[in-house]
Design a protein around this ligand. Structure first.
Ligand code: IPD
Ligand code: CA
Ligand code: CA
Length: 266
């Protein structure tokens, strides 16, 4: 399955790379003016699902553009066919394909591919994480002032969900630097290979994080919700880190929680 995930991610990545600047239709989603989808997102997803279905016609899928295809299989493929659509529509060369395999509720394989840099991140449960086939580990930095932290904003940012703006300001004052790359799957992959010490985001979907979270965990890092509690790819909040600065991130996020959320903290 990991081999198939790799093949599908590489094929979709090649298609995306070729399609930069050739977008014909841009639509908005959920009535949000900044939440875009192009025909390239949809074609990439069709390509990936087509390749997987050929080999595993009975498996389930949860894919961003076509939703859930439930065949009551023990296996579910969780797919973001183009993570970083806004970058893509602006021809900013940083976007990715994210494919994960879930077995009975547990993510067992994950692939994140960034076609412009030719980077392929892979992980299998219990077998470590790799960048272009070389083993990767999270960074050893243990001070926030030496930590480069990455984040992203949901399309609903104007409603300031979960005090997202406040968290950003608080983190900016404590970390060495903050980045916003525009692809959550790449953000997580970069934590896994030690380029970033940590990542947080207030509201992600399973397809944004399923592969990336496994990469972080298999590279020795940690993944929780904003309270520092164990989470799943179906919980929206994400804090992922090298483990060493994790509690510091959770602490800062705790300071930015709304009064109601803060009093219900565990
Ligand atoms: C988005 C990207 C972005 C994150 C957003 C996601 P999309 O996914 O991962 O970095 O901040 O929350 O929705 O729409 O480009 O697939
Ligand atoms: Ca996404
Ligand atoms: Ca997407």
């Amino acid at each position: 399955m990991i081999q198939l995930a790799i093949e599908a991610a590489l094929a979709a990545g090649k298609f995306l790379k070729q399609s930069v600047g050739n977008i014909k239709t841009v639509e908005t989603k959920f009535g949000q003016e900044t939440n875009l989808v192009t025909e390239i997102d949809k074609k990439s997803e069709e390509l990936i699902i087509g390749m997987i279905r050929k080999q595993y016609p009975d498996h389930d899928f949860l894919a961003e553009e076509s939703g859930s295809h439930d065949r009551r299989s023990e296996y579910r493929w969780i797919i973001d066919p183009l993570d970083g659509t806004l970058n893509f529509t602006h021809a900013v060369p940083l976007f990715s394909v994210s494919i994960a395999v879930e077995h009975r509720g547990e993510i067992i394989a994950g692939v994140v591919h960034e076609p412009n840099l030719g980077e392929l991140f892979t992980a299998e449960k219990g077998k470590g994480a790799f960048l272009n086939q070389k083993p990767i580990r999270v960074s050893r930095v243990n001070r926030l002032i030496e930590s480069m932290i990455v984040t992203g904003f949901p399309y609903t940012i104007r409603d300031n969900p979960d005090n997202a703006v406040q968290h950003f300001v608080n983190m900016l004052m404590q970390a060495q630097g903050i980045r916003r790359l525009g692809s959550a799957a790449v953000d997580l992959a970069y934590v896994a290979c030690g380029r970033f010490e940590g990542f947080w985001e207030v509201s992600l979907s399973p397809w944004d994080m399923a592969a990336g979270v496994l990469l972080v965990q298999e590279a020795g890092g940690r993944f929780t919700d904003f309270k520092g509690s164990a989470s799943s790819v179906y919980g929206k909040q994400v804090v992922a880190s090298n483990g060493l600065i994790h509690n510091m991130l959770v602490d800062i996020l705790g300071r930015g929680l709304s009064p109601e959320a803060a009093t219900s903290r565990s």
